[in-house]
Design a protein around this ligand. Structure first.
Ligand SMILES: Cc1ncc(COP(=O)(O)O)c(C=O)c1O
Length: 391
């Protein structure tokens, strides 16, 4: 007899890997409601607070008034709306790319773009800690997957010497790693791409809006923007909206429109979302965007150095994603529950999202956090750490 659904759920529970959603009230603000209490939100990707910015809400409402609530179909079926084109022009300018294409989500972008670019007979070099949607995209493509140790460009160079074939070669990496908060060695990846005539794709879901000049992202920060062939990013994190994009050449855009299944076979983003995204792309490049980034970086520094001073194990990094390593899944979930009891909402992250034994509390800070709240949170986190023997 095949295994029952009950058995499978029981097995997930026994391994401390059971997941469920938590109902919260209000917006993705620094403070949220949960079970009749107010909690400090320490795990949202709304890094700049744009998800509650009036300029985005107004742009979204205006877009609905003018263009209605739905795009009606895939863009290849019922037409590209003016807002799709306007957003793509704005994104291309923002990312310094000749062209851009928008996608329904970051997951849809990665699972669509990679199989559109590579297939059987091709090879993809992928950082071991790349986001799951990149791995899914590679598996869907049928290309050979060669995983290299996290951020180890020397090992990548050796693997490329050995494994590059006669087909197309793609190097793909997160720009800022989603569960670790560190940066990819983009200059070295760009050099290897040049040496091997490969394509370079960077998923900057967590760098866009936050790093580089005007928030253009990690490639801009590290001075290699011109060497990245596919600058993928998302609207659902620092940009406070929803969906994703890729800054690319005209040629690659044309290929994606013809080959990318998540673009071809899915109803496109609706006006409300396009309007908010357009407002966000403008806002992050403004003086207000600069001020928000400065507040975010100050808060990130305060929180990261506070955790390190307390003696927690915090991997190297300098971004707003600050993982506190807790180890086993059971400890991770006890830590997360204990934080909740202290009024702090920070999610525990377990396998398969992170490697076994490297469970963590993935803290994220926002520009909208009050430094006094962060200082009070640090005290409580330290107390929990001592009580649970993590410190
Ligand atoms: C690095 C990275 N890429 C892609 C995604 C997927 O983006 P989306 O949430 O828009 O599907 C995420 C997170 O959700 C991510 O962290």
């Amino acid at each position: 007899m095949s295994r029952t659904i009950q058995d499978e759920l029981e097995q997930i529970r026994r391994r401390d890997l059971y997941r469920s959603t938590r109902l919260i009230s209000g917006r993705q603000s620094a403070r949220i409601g949960h079970g009749g209490r107010e909690l400090l939100l320490l795990c949202s990707n709304n890094y700049l607070g744009l998800a509650e910015h009036p300029a985005l809400a107004e742009a979204s409402l205006r877009a609905v008034e003018r263009f209605g609530t739905s795009s009606g179909a895939s863009r290849l079926v019922s037409g590209t709306m003016e807002l799709h084109e306007e957003l793509e022009r704005a994104v291309a300018a923002f990312k310094g790319s000749p062209a851009a294409l928008v996608f329904n989500s970051g997951h849809a972008a990665n699972t669509g773009i990679i199989p559109a670019l590579v297939g059987r007979g091709d090879v993809v070099f992928s950082d071991r800690l790349n986001h799951a949607s990149i791995v899914d995209g590679i598996l869907l493509s049928g290309a050979r997957l060669v995983r290299y140790p996290h951020n180890d460009h020397q090992q990548l160079a050796r693997l490329m010497e050995k494994e590059c074939g006669s087909g197309r070669t793609l190097i793909v990496s997160d720009g800022v790693f989603s569960m670790d908060g560190d940066l990819a060695p983009l200059a070295q990846l760009a050099e290897l791409k040049r040496q091997h005539g490969a394509l370079l794709m960077i998923d900057d879901a967590h760098g866009s809006g936050v790093l580089g000049r005007c928030g253009r992202g990690s490639a801009d920060l590290l001075g290699v923007s011109g060497h990245v062939d596919i600058k993928m990013g998302t609207f659902g994190k620092a940009l406070g909206s929803f969906g994703a994009y890729a800054g690319v050449s005209d040629e690659i855009r044309e290929l994606l429109v013809n080959r990318c299944r998540s673009f071809i076979f899915s109803t496109s983003l609706p006006p409300a979302v396009l309007g908010a995204s357009l407002a966000a792309v403008k806002l992050v490049q403004s003086a207000e965007g600069d001020a928000l980034r400065e507040r975010l970086h100050r808060n990130a520094h305060l929180f990261r150095s506070g955790l390190i001073q307390a003696g927690f194990t915090i991997p190297d990094g300098a971004t707003q994603i600050i993982p506190l390593i807790t180890g086993q899944s059971e400890t991770t979930m006890r830590f997360s529950e204990a934080l909740l009891a202290e009024g702090l909402f920070a999610q525990g992250i377990r396998p398969p999202t992170v490697p076994a034994g490297l469970g963590r509390i993935r803290f994220t800070v926002m520009a909208t956090h009050d430094p006094d709240d962060l200082n009070r949170a640090l005290e409580r986190i330290e107390n929990v750490g001592r009580r649970l023997g993590v410190l």
